[in-house]
Design a binder for this molecule. Structure first.
Ligand code: FDA
Length: 457
């Protein structure tokens, strides 16, 4: 049987009914001004002293979502001139994707799936891309409790997952509720969960915890759940239906020509915006090569901004991607059954394998051609800062940095690195839009709500 692309009767990348109908994104929603035509992207260049102006209204550090949304808003709404300095060689921050030498669209910094409950964000992103509705569904290789044999099951666990792993024949939401009720274990005397393990046992009980969450968490954080904050596992999803969609937001879609195109449409040809690559802000500052500016928007790591003070550094988890292009797969076209397959056991060192070819926004016809690109993901303490480590020490340290930041005049600290907070893409966009709102209303470039007000851990 052919392994892909991952589809249902509703099409490639779609969940089955009734779940796919919950997705409000429509086929070909949105506008891509550049489209399939070539574009010179006059705003983008590698930094040289000769290709920046002597002065700007704003200097923005970082060409990720946070920096680019603010540059776009300031230019389009207020005609402000911005210089965006980016130390990498490309726009897009961690959302950057590209088509590789085999014609496969891949993400440089891990799979990115857009989903939002914020209509304002959905309306905003539709200005910069056409979108394809996509219901992200994850599968997990999990050892069956009955036989020990590995099974491919929906993650997060649904009715089908429980039936496959525990040999049950649950067929209604009521039976599923009852199953969870019989499994859950609460801390004694009605106490709050003291750590991640107690939180997980309260949510899903010991059997699902052991099979799906315990070892996966250890691989992700290099700590067992009983060494982590309860908050890390408090939101473990436990579905009572057959809904196997990973996200439950009303809008879920992929940009037809990839994420990088969004940035190109946003500011790639804006005469008010200069984006300069291979340009580290601190290095330019040290060399006295920064132009004059009125305001600074800083989207890098907050602890790097204050490095000179010698305070401890904030802790992050990173990822290492081991990419492999496979010419001959078993079925000739695909390596695995879904775009993302999680490996929940302690028997393999990686957390998941991503196979990009499954997604519907691959270049036309790529699904039918042989050869596929996979990326095994290993969690690590070294490398690019990806996930803040949520524990009381890091939170307290971040508060010390945030106090310093609050006293800075003319500097806005924006985005996931400056806020030491995991933002989904839509949250990063909303946060940046609200920073802009504040500027219009009060003249201050600062977030309207605390980073902690956004939902993710
Ligand atoms: P981002 O990190 O993207 O941009 C900051 C930029 O600043 C970087 O380009 C950096 O190089 C630059 N910079 C830093 N210091 C600098 C300096 N000194 N000088 C110059 N430049 C500097 N979200 C989602 O909704 N769905 C998903 O599926 C995923 N998947 C996902 C996977 C992985 C592995 C990660 C790490 C993250 C996700 N995300 C996600 C989250 C998403 O990547 C995130 O919301 C955005 O990248 C946030 O954009 P920012 O601009 O805030 O940071």
């Amino acid at each position: 049987m052919a392994r892909g692309p991952f589809a249902s009767s509703e099409g490639i990348g779609r969940a089955r009914e009734p779940w796919s109908a919950l997705n409000r994104a429509l086929a070909n929603d949105g506008v891509d001004a550049i489209g399939d035509g070539a574009s010179a992207l006059s705003s983008f260049a590698t930094y040289e002293e000769t290709n920046v102006r002597a002065s700007y209204d704003v200097v923005i550090v970082g060409a990720g979502l946070s920096g680019c949304v603010i540059a776009e808003r300031l230019s389009r709404e207020l005609g402000k001139r911005a210089l965006v300095v980016e130390r990498r060689a490309h726009v897009g921050g961690n959302c950057y994707d590209y088509v590789d030498e085999h014609g496969i669209r891949a993400s440089k910094y891990g799979a990115h799936l857009f989903h939002t409950k914020h209509e304002r964000v959905w309306e905003y992103v539709k200005r910069f891309s056409e979108w394809i509705p996509f219901d992200h569904r994850v599968r997990g290789v999990v050892a069956s409790a009955e036989t020990g044999e590995s099974k491919l099951v929906p993650i997060p666990p649904t009715m089908d997952t429980v039936n496959a792993l525990f040999g049950t024949t649950i067929s209604s939401e009521e039976e599923m509720e009852a199953w969870y009720k019989s499994e859950r274990v609460f801390p004694a005397d009605g106490a709050e969960p003291a750590n991640g393990e107690e939180a997980a046992l309260m949510r899903v009980g010991p059997r699902l915890y052991e099979a799906i969450f315990k070892h996966y968490t250890k691989k992700q954080w290099d700590k067992y759940p009983n060494e982590l904050d309860a908050s890390v596992l408090m939101r473990l999803p436990c579905r009572t239906s057959t809904d196997d969609r990973y996200f439950s937001d009303p809008w879920q879609a992929l940009p037809k020509r990839g994420y990088t195109r969004i940035f190109e449409n946003m500011i790639g040809n804006d005469p008010n915006v200069d984006v300069r690559f291979d340009a580290d802000f601190f290095e330019l500052k040290r060399l006295g090569k920064l132009p004059k500016y009125d305001l600074l928007v800083y989207t890098g790591q907050i602890d790097s901004y204050y490095a000179a003070l010698g305070m401890p550094k904030l802790e992050y988890r990173s990822l290492r991607f081991e990419e492999e292009y496979i010419e001959d797969t078993e079925d000739g076209l695909f390596f695995q059954e879904a775009m993302v397959v999680n490996y929940t056991g302690a028997d393999v060192p990686f957390t998941r394998i991503v196979e990009y070819k499954h997604v519907p926004n691959q270049p036309e016809g790529r699904h039918e051609k042989p050869g596929t690109l996979i990326a095994r993901e290993y969690s690590s303490a070294e490398g690019e800062p990806y996930y803040p480590v949520p524990n009381p020490e890091n939170r307290a340290l971040y508060e010390r940095y945030a106090e310093l930041a609050a006293k800075e005049q003319g500097v806005a600290f924006v985005g996931r690195l400056a806020s030491y907070k995991y933002f989904n893409m839509d949250e990063a966009i909303l946060n940046a839009l609200e920073v802009f709102d504040n500027f219009v209303e009060t003249g201050a470039l600062e977030p309207k709500r605390a980073p902690s007000a956004f939902g993710s851990a």
